[in-house]
Design a protein around this ligand. Structure first.
Ligand SMILES: [Zn+2]
Length: 462
């Protein structure tokens, strides 16, 4: 929304604001669901049961035409790809340079293949605070949404079915907050947008009461927000009725075992994970058997060690076929994955991923132990009650600062000891741990909550 629209929005009553949200969605959805969207939906439905060899064949063909496109329309790639023999042959992929976020940022205007005015802009946040603008063509957007909708339709989802959405849009006004109303509703598409900026102990009751009343069939969005709501419900013995939510589709954040167990347990449903990114990574999608499949039709996934040798567990280098506006070719996205040799009988013959290890930046570093990842840190809550939320900040190699939002009624010194022991077990004995109790740990500008804020990544060698 522009500034003027924002002002009009703020001054309007709640029901008008709901309509403005609907109109805004109609415009956004028009981009997603027009043009080739139907063609792509049909295409992915038809391709659902391809064999692994057929999928690899589709992948090689798409790779070839994508590379040819980049060579023709991206100034940056015209130059680089001209020096490589048959760059469009998939088996030659290791001849192409690997780029990272810095390379992308520094060369972005040369990498674009289209004018800004013709593209759909996606802003990606960075840990350093500098954001990056990725341009998609309309076809890219339509194909990405068709693929996602095809994935969600496995679990009965369709646009228009009642959905609770937890995303980074801040749609609330002061009046809403005074009235303890933390949502806006698009009545045309049946989506209720819950704020991810007001996840505070004193408000969570209203979120749960409203969710129970609204009865969403699907819950989509930031898992960290849904997790806080679920933990509040559990801690306060507020039962969430069974047989309401058909599935939870998290976006944008790493799912730890703890987050999955809490969300599935509290909302009494299944969570189906997806991996994609705002830069436009190819998709990794979870099936009904709860296995993660690489979607080979959306791109190429390479798993490499620090010396660029293929390995089973390592950094993920992606080439994404739906990034024609800003071609991502051998892009080091900063996440790590582990591949699996198992097969799945769900009917999807795409290869399996054992685990998405998430952002390499989501870790704490201790000289004694090395890197301690997000999953391990989140497990520090085992056996501990009364911690509403915590965040670990690292500004020095020798010291950690733990911020804790506690529930004074439940929290005791015993729980503090247990929590700190859990943390000690993971980070070793030599690093200093400082603890600070706070009323509220703020979310990031994007609306996401970060459990770990590592500000010394540049100083850590791999
Ligand atoms: Zn499967």
């Amino acid at each position: 929304m522009g500034n003027l629209q924002e002002k009009i929005y703020e001054k309007s009553p709640h029901f008008i604001q709901n309509s403005i949200v609907s109109i805004y969605n109609i415009l956004a959805y028009k981009k997603r669901y027009s043009g080739k969207y139907r063609h792509f939906i049909k295409h992915y439905l038809e391709n659902r049961n391809l064999s692994t060899d057929q999928l690899k064949d589709v992948q090689a063909k798409k790779y070839s035409s994508f590379i040819k496109y980049a060579k023709k329309y991206s100034g940056y790639y015209t130059e680089i790809l001209s020096e490589i023999k048959s760059p469009d042959v998939l088996s030659n992929i290791n001849q192409l340079p690997i780029i990272n976020k810095e390379t992308l940022r520094n060369n972005i205007s040369d990498i674009y293949t289209i004018e800004r005015s013709r593209g759909v802009i996606s802003k990606t946040g960075g840990t350093t605070g500098k954001s990056l603008e990725v341009l998609y063509t309309k076809d890219d957007i339509q194909e990405r949404f068709a693929l996602l909708d095809d994935f969600r339709s496995n679990f009965g989802y369709k646009l228009g079915k009642k959905t609770a959405w937890f995303s980074g849009k801040n749609l609330l006004t002061q009046k809403d907050i005074k009235k303890n109303r933390f949502w806006k509703t698009d009545h045309i598409y049946n989506v209720r947008y819950y704020s991810t900026f007001h996840i505070h102990g004193k408000y969570l009751k209203y979120y749960i009461e409203n969710l129970i009343k609204y009865k969403p069939l699907y819950m989509v969005g930031f898992p960290s927000t849904m997790y806080e709501i679920a933990k509040y419900g559990i801690a306060n013995n507020i039962d969430f009725p069974a047989n309401i939510v058909k599935a939870i589709f998290p976006t944008a954040e790493t799912i730890t075992d703890d987050i999955r167990a809490v969300l599935e347990g509290y909302f009494k449903t299944n969570l189906y994970n997806q991996y994609a990114s705002s830069e436009g990574a190819p998709f990794i999608l979870e099936c009904k058997n709860k296995n993660l499949h690489l979607e080979l039709q959306s791109g190429v996934f390479e798993v490499l060690d620090e010396n660029c040798n293929p390995v089973n567990k390592g950094r993920m280098i992606i080439t994404s076929f739906n990034t024609h506006g800003t071609p991502l070719i051998r892009y080091d996205i900063g996440d790590q994955i582990e591949l699996s040799d198992d097969t799945c009988n769900c009917g999807n013959n795409n290869p399996l991923v054992k685990e998405i290890l998430g952002r390499i930046s989501d870790y704490i570093y201790s000289e004694e132990i090395g890197k301690i990842n997000l999953g391990n840190i989140s497990n520090c809550l085992k056996g501990v009650k009364g911690i509403v939320k915590f965040q670990i900040q690292q500004d020095s190699i020798k010291e950690l600062l733990v911020l804790i939002e506690k529930d004074s009624v439940v929290y005791t010194t015993e729980y503090e000891k247990k929590f700190l022991k859990n943390l000690r077990d993971r980070v070793g004995n030599s690093i200093k741990i400082g603890v600070r109790y706070v009323d509220e740990i703020p979310v990031e500008k994007s609306g996401k909550f970060r459990l770990i804020k590592n500000n010394i990544k540049d100083k850590i060698k791999n």
